[in-house]
Design a protein around this ligand. Structure first.
Ligand code: XIL
Length: 353
């Protein structure tokens, strides 16, 4: 009898036992909870490239407001968007970004007045004389810079004008129509339209290509000696988690620093999957990327204060990065996951600032 009571008691006890505790959800060490925003830690402006229509998403725009104090239009301030047809301006998308920035006390960096990859068809097919072409471009620059005077602090006047092999001028419609000195003309027109706006030349691969970098330094020094206005250079900084080396990047940045112009890391993103060997982001790769963001922030911080124009990250959510289409493979180059979670790359960036 006693045995039966004991068994009954044991069975009842087991039956009443609460459900076993759920095993803890595995912690994703690739994301974390931030303690401070980038802009609050930084001693120079920290910006992001944004798309006008994405600012309508509250979770994204709140993140932008919280983290950044400088904005760049990812594509809305390029000529193919600004001027889809002759004498026809499309201001609305750019205005949305500029108004958002102004309303939230952010700096606006204009990007980019002249870029061979954003030429509207009607400009490519322009039927007038070379002189008429030049007047059209002058009017374009004057109109755009004048419209955003007092709102846009700085412009990439010409983007990617140096070719990749041998540091010569890239052959573009602007060079063909306006001659080799077209870059200087564009800078001068921008200055004439706004005496206070800062004028940048922006390019890629100067981070590791000594020939291209020398050509850029020569351009800056030539402008200075001729009195052509130029205030800064933008290293685009599309880099990988493991390349170029920090030694290479430091040499590159210091060489351009020696010209005395301001330095912008203008389109920072860090490929975690440059060799296309991953299908999802691993912790090891995320940590390598975290270290990169930290080192890049430290590099910018090492510049003389008056040459620190700031760092702009090229996008917000990983899954919207331009790199995915550009390289044709999955990657996670930015500071936030596709769900808007803080990646540890953000932690590295904060630490370096
Ligand atoms: C890219 C944008 O991210 C894309 O949305 C757009 O379609 C094409 O341009 N160098 C530059 C940027 O200077 O303007 C480019 O941005 C990326 C490479």
């Amino acid at each position: 009898m006693l045995t039966r009571i004991l068994i009954f008691a044991l069975v009842s006890l087991l039956a009443c036992k609460p459900d076993p505790v759920e095993p803890p959800t595995p912690v994703d060490e690739k994301v974390y909870t931030p303690t401070i925003a980038l802009k609050d830690k930084a001693t120079f402006p920290v910006g992001a490239a944004v798309q006008a229509n994405r600012l309508n998403l509250p979770s994204l725009s709140n993140l932008v407001k919280k983290e950044f104090n400088s904005l760049t239009a990812e594509y809305e301030m390029k000529q193919n968007i600004f001027m889809p047809a002759a004498n026809t301006y499309n201001w609305a998308p750019a205005d949305a970004i500029v108004d958002f920035a102004v309303a939230n006390g952010m700096r606006v960096h204009g990007h980019a007045l002249i870029w061979h990859s954003a030429v509207p068809d009607w400009v490519t097919n322009f039927a007038g004389t070379d002189a008429e072409f030049e007047t059209m471009i002058r009017d374009y620059i004057t109109t755009v810079v004048t419209r955003y005077k007092d709102k846009v602090a700085s412009w990439d006047v010409v983007n990617e004008a140096i070719a990749d092999n041998g540091g010569t001028l890239r052959n573009t419609i602007f060079r063909e129509r306006m001659g080799d000195d077209y870059i200087a003309k564009c800078f001068q027109w921008a200055r004439d339209a706004d005496p206070d706006v800062l004028l940048f030349y922006n390019d890629y691969n100067a981070e590791f290509d000594q020939t291209k970098r020398t050509a850029i330094i020569n351009l800056i020094n030539d402008f200075k000696s001729r009195g052509v206005p130029i205030d800064g250079f933008g290293f685009q900084m599309h880099i990988s988690h493991d390349a170029p080396s920090m030694a290479t990047l430091t040499t590159a940045v210091n060489q351009v620093k020696n010209t005395g112009v301001k330095i912008h890391f203008s389109e920072l993103d860090v490929r975690a999957n440059p060799n296309k060997d991953l299908t999802s982001l691993t912790l090891a790769r995320a940590q390598s990327q975290e270290a990169r963001y930290k080192a890049i922030a430290e590099l910018h911080k090492s510049l003389p204060a008056n040459q620190q124009f700031g760092i702009t990250v090229w996008g917000i959510y990983d899954d919207e990065s331009w790199l995915i289409n550009f390289w044709g493979n999955i990657d996670w180059p930015l500071l936030f996951t596709g769900e808007g979670l803080y990646k540890i790359s953000h932690r590295g960036f904060v630490e370096g600032l």
